[in-house]
Write a protein of this length. Structure first.
Length: 82
């Protein structure tokens, strides 16, 4: 389960634009290869699943699955408020 601190980090990164505010064009999953998660900055280990999201407005971004889900939910919630 994602922590309150991780949710706050996602919100802060969205606010300053260090992670995309738009939904990806496509996202795919695979096993981690040692990339850092764009949300929590922790390494995605080889025994963990990762999501690579491809955007129109940004380079591909790599997430832990749980971080991706929380990021997706916050982005969707922000879009609903516009």
């Amino acid at each position: 389960m994602i922590t309150r601190e991780e949710l706050e980090t996602i919100g802060q990164k969205l606010a300053v634009g260090t992670i995309p505010r738009d939904l990806p064009l496509i996202a795919d999953g695979d096993w981690g290869v040692g990339h850092s998660c764009v949300v929590c900055d922790d390494m995605i280990a080889t025994d963990q699943a990762e999501v690579t999201a491809h955007f129109r407005s940004a380079d591909p971004q790599v997430f832990h699955v749980r971080c991706f889900v929380q990021w997706w939910e916050l982005v969707n919630a922000n879009r609903s408020r516009r």
